[in-house]
Structures are given as structure tokens and as C-alpha cells.
Design a protein around this ligand. Structure first.
Ligand code: DGY
Length: 321
């Protein structure tokens, strides 16, 4: 008998195919479900496992309602602040994520944000789509150079390091702040700052790669944006919760920030549309990992975690606190 699985969101074709082959799943291609619908489906289908994504908030209240026959909740994401892991731990429900496989694509997209924001991609694109009919003077519509700039990275973990590797190709000087300094051989020449506040005045471009959650909530606010040099570019491909969006909008409107490139927002998908009305933003709908290759790898990794637990082994990517 195939193990029973519930998948809370639509999956790439190859992942759906594997689900069909290896699991008994009512919607192998996935379904866009609410947390309540997931709980109901888990009971109705007597599921052994749940594959979810970061669009679902699994707080302690929801975790308490997961039926006891569910043996693992595998999130198809590297971030896991949408899950109350200690609550799952308390009821001995293993939880796993999908690290590593999305590192390079998220770093690629970070550079799309850096380049898009610095080089006014949204404005140039809009001009073309409206029918470009007048050439610009040499002093008009100028962007901000990326090559050779100082790039500050908040969170030099897996994705931060992949961004730093790309930055070297752009002749950039890389600065970083982590709670703890990395061993020198992992720094690849980046300069460590023991505090964010000390690093910010030296960043021409700031890119966030720290996890979400209470410790980093609104770490970028009026005071910290104020420490960036005037004309800095701000980029976020981590989590919207790290940013006070009112303060970001104020910094963009005043010109303190030249531009912002954002893939993540405080409220998703119902993001603050004031950001879309500003000319100096370059906005993407949380697509860091959205390539066929990476989304497929993420789905496969989540299924590997599920298969491990259902065959009596520990998850490959356990999230224990
Ligand atoms: C992740 O994997 O954490 C991405 O941001 C998608 O949620």
C-alpha cells in the first residue's frame, strides 16, 4: 500500500509525477489550500504525511489540530518561520525544510534585484512598452553603477555566500554582518562587521539574507535606513518581516534611497501597493526559487524527507529547535 500524502500547493510536473508513482494522494499535482482545508484533508484521507509551502501559517493552534496519524510535515521551502517548530517538537511531529537546492537560484534573483533597482529596469521597460519615441540626453534617466560598489550583506549564510560569489564577478567589495563571524576560509575576502549599525554607513548596496522571525523583525527601520549613505540601493530577497515598509517608503520618497529591489513583502500576496506606485522600486512576486530546475529539486527534496520518515528513518533536513 502506498503511503497517504496531502500536498497543500500546486507542484511542478515532475514532482506531481513522483507523487502519483509513490504516494496515495488525492491531488498529486497539489492544491492551493487554506490551513483549515489542510487539516480537514489530513483527517479525511487519513494522511501519513503533509507536504506544505510557506503560504500556510502553521502556528501552535494549527499544529495542535494535525491528526496523530500524520508522521511528518515537510515544507517545500528553506524558510520555516511559518511553522511553529517548537509546537511540532512538543508533539513529536518531525518537520523538515529544503535547504541547499534553492541557494543558487535565489542568489541569481538577488542579482536581478540589484541590477533591476540600480539600473532602473522597471522605468526603462515601461518606456519601451509605452512605445519609446524620443532618445534621452546623456544626463537623463541615469541609473546607479553596480560594478565596483560596496555590497553589504546581512546574513552571510548559504544564500548570502552565493550572492557574495557573484559580487566578486562585479568587482564589488563585500561587507557582511552575522551574529557570529565566519571562519576566515568561509569569508572569501568579505569584511566582517560585528554590528549592523556599524556596517550600514559603508554600504552602497544592502542585501538582506537573514531568516525571518522575531529576532530580525523590522531590523530595517527608520533608524537603520537612516544609517545607509544617501543614494544607497536596498534589496530584499529574504523575508518581508525584516523591513518596516513605512520607513522604506519614506526613504524611497525622500531620495535617501536611490532605489529598492524587492522579492518579499510584509503581507504576501496582498503587498503594500504604495510600493508599486513609486518609480524607484523594482518588484517581484516572491519568486527567488521559481525556476523549473529549482522548484523541482525542492519538491523532490521534500518528498525525500517524507520517504525517509515513512520508512522509519530520520528526516534528511530535520528542523528541531
Ligand atoms: C523559501 O524557500 O523559503 C522561499 O522563500 C519560498 O518560500
Amino acid at each position: 500500500m502506498k503511503p497517504r500524502l496531502i500536498v497543500s500547493r500546486q507542484m511542478p510536473a515532475a514532482v506531481a509525477e513522483r507523487i502519483r508513482a509513490e504516494f496515495n494522494c488525492p491531488w498529486p499535482e497539489g492544491r492551493d489550500m487554506t490551513a483549515d482545508e489542510v487539516i480537514a484533508a489530513l483527517s479525511e484521507h487519513k494522511a501519513d504525511a503533509l507536504m506544505l509551502t510557506s503560504h500556510l501559517k502553521f502556528g501552535a493552534d494549527v499544529i495542535a489540530r494535525i491528526p496523530a496519524h500524520v508522521r511528518i510535515a515537510a515544507t517545500c521551502s528553506v524558510g520555516y518561520e511559518h511553522i511553529d517548530v517548537p509546537a511540532a517538537h512538543a508533539r513529536a511531529l518531525p518537520v523538515s525544510n529544503t535547504p541547499d537546492v534553492l541557494t543558487e537560484c535565489t542568489a541569481d534573483l538577488t542579482f536581478l534585484l540589484i541590477l533591476g533597482a540600480s539600473r532602473r529596469a522597471h522605468e526603462y521597460e515601461s518606456i519601451m512598452r509605452a512605445g519609446w519615441r524620443r532618445g534621452f540626453g546623456l544626463g537623463e534617466m541615469l541609473g546607479s553603477r553596480v560594478w565596483g560598489k560596496r555590497l553589504g550583506i546581512l546574513g552571510l549564510g548559504r544564500i548570502g555566500q552565493a550572492v557574495a560569489a557573484r559580487a566578486r564577478g562585479f568587482g564589488m567589495q563585500v561587507l557582511y554582518h552575522n551574529t557570529r563571524r565566519l571562519p576566515e576560509d568561509q569569508e572569501h575576502g568579505a569584511t566582517y562587521y560585528p554590528s549592523l549599525e556599524a556596517m550600514l554607513p559603508h554600504c552602497d548596496i544592502l542585501s538582506l539574507h537573514a531568516p525571518g522571525g522575531a529576532r530580525t523583525a523590522r531590523i530595517m527601520n527608520g533608524a537603520t535606513f537612516g544609517l545607509l549613505p544617501r543614494g544607497a540601493v536596498f534589496v530584499n530577497a529574504s523575508r518581508g518581516g525584516l523591513v518596516d515598509e513605512d520607513a522604506l517608503i519614506a526613504a524611497l520618497e525622500s531620495g535617501h534611497l536611490f532605489a529598492a529591489g524587492l522579492d518579499v513583502f510584509h503581507n504576501e500576496p496582498a503587498f503594500d501597493e504604495r510600493l508599486a506606485k513609486l518609480p524607484n522600486t523594482f518588484l517581484l512576486p516572491h519568486m527567488g526559487s521559481a525556476t523549473v530546475e529549482t522548484r523541482t529539486a525542492m519538491g523532490m527534496r521534500a518528498l525525500d524527507n517524507i520517504a525517509a520518515v515513512l520508512s522509519g528513518k530520520p528526516p534528511i533536513d530535520p528542523l528541531w529547535t
